[in-house]
Design a protein around this ligand. Structure first.
Ligand code: SAM
Length: 397
């Protein structure tokens, strides 16, 4: 089936998914946005009691990222090389049991403390900051040696400031607080690569926020593999009407997420669950209207993890990179076998960012039958004169 529109991006030529253009907004700024995140901090000494990671967390631009080691197909997702080289301690731990992560103790519970950080009219491009890192927070900022420099980097560059203000609206100040957190504690604690700090807005915050264009009002959202909160916390910042669950298996990341949620005053709308997506399917995250994932795994595996977390009629929104269309075509059959629709390629933020954020949307159409079991050997009842044998066999007296 050819794309439904002819003005699709060049990389979609000849492949099948329908391409849907989300109505563009009116802003004229076209920042250069790419999907590449470079995180080289896996060796960070802050890693201690981390849960197991998987080999699928370093997806993306394998050629460009030294730590992707060819384990992942190139170009399947924004290349967030969050790390996890096979030798990482994170890979050597036993599986984790899903747990809810309590909000950080002592952190402030209401965003009102942020006060002057809110600038509904537009970006605050200078000023003393909101005192976010550390102020009233249990541990964010503690031990951070680079808050000053990081805080300066948290301001969006001029060319994207107007877009950021438009995308986040009256939550812009909160987005700025989150940016400040990412470029300070996020870097110090090894959740964000240092090189990401200067481009945190265009490559991460705005890139994720525009996906809210295709999320209905009041939706329940599960963000699988949130990492430092992308896109989950960004969506929570931009859209207070959403109820969001962040699912992330690594302890140091859920610790950061929990602290960030509390410090940003998002406790009432955001829940952090430590666990793998495939292990939380029987828990509260299940039955969601929308499941999001960015840079977590190729579409077939992602569908296997995420579709069971959505209700029938709910949707997986997989944030992907430039080769999304090819990935959709490659994995269409696998997704269908999992009860998903044909993936539809949706472009979010057109007219705001260039390139727009590419999302593969899959609707949950049915629940696939569980794999059939191998028939158990017939139990010998003894009536035929044969001998009952084997473990667990029994005779009636
Ligand atoms: C490359 S990072 C991306 C983080 C974030 N989504 C972003 O775009 O910046 C992949 C994340 O997926 C998580 N992850 C890997 N396997 C997972 C699974 N089975 N269920 C949930 N999360 C998983 C990893 O722990 C890691 O935080």
């Amino acid at each position: 089936m050819p794309p439904s529109t002819s003005d699709a991006a060049a990389d979609t030529t000849g492949v099948s998914p329908t391409i849907t253009h989300v109505p563009p907004d009116t802003a004229s700024v076209s920042p250069s946005v790419t999907d590449v995140v470079s995180d080289t901090v896996d060796a960070s000494p802050v890693i201690t009691n981390a849960a197991p990671d998987t080999a699928d967390v370093a997806w993306g631009n394998a050629a460009a990222a030294p730590d992707t080691t060819g384990a992942a197909p190139s170009g399947t997702v924004p290349a967030v090389s969050w790390s996890t080289a096979p030798s990482s301690p994170e890979t050597q731990q036993p599986p984790v049991t899903p747990v809810f992560v309590e909000p950080a103790a002592g952190a402030r519970s209401a965003p009102s403390d942020l006060g002057s950080a809110r600038t509904p009219e537009g970006p605050r491009l200078s000023g003393g900051g909101s005192g976010f890192s550390g102020a009233g927070s249990a541990s964010l900022g503690a031990g951070s040696a680079s808050l000053g420099a990081g805080s300066a980097e948290a301001e969006p560059p001029a060319e994207i400031a107007a877009v950021a203000a438009e995308v986040f609206g009256d939550r812009y100040g909160l987005a700025l607080d989150y940016a400040r957190l990412l470029v300070t504690d996020g870097v110090v604690r090894g959740l964000i690569g240092p090189r990401e700090a200067p481009r945190i807005w265009e490559r991460h915050l705005v890139n994720c926020a525009v996906v809210s264009q295709i999320i209905p009002i009041g939706a329940s959202v599960v963000d699988v593999g949130s990492g430092a909160g992308l896109p989950g916390i960004v969506l929570a910042v931009a859209r207070p009407d959403l109820r969001i669950t962040l699912v992330e298996p690594l302890a140091r990341r859920t610790a950061f997420l929990s602290e960030a949620v509390t410090a940003l005053g998002l406790d009432t709308t955001v829940t952090v669950v430590r666990g793998r997506a495939e292990d939380v399917v029987d828990g509260p995250p299940a039955g969601a209207d929308v499941v999001t994932a960015r840079a977590v795994a190729p579409l077939d595996r992602l569908a296997g993890w995420c579709l069971p977390l959505a209700r029938v009629g709910g949707r997986l929104l997989a944030l992907k990179g430039a080769t999304a269309a090819e990935e959709a075509a490659e994995h269409r059959d696998a997704v269908a076998a999992l009860g998903g629709s044909d993936p539809v390629l949706r472009l979010c933020g057109e007219g705001l960012i260039d390139p727009p954020t590419t999302v593969l949307e899959v609707v949950v159409q049915s629940r696939p039958k569980p794999p059939s079991r191998v028939a158990a050997p017939k139990r010998d009842t003894g009536r035929s004169g044969g001998r009952a044998s084997g473990r667990g066999s029994s005779r009636r007296g």
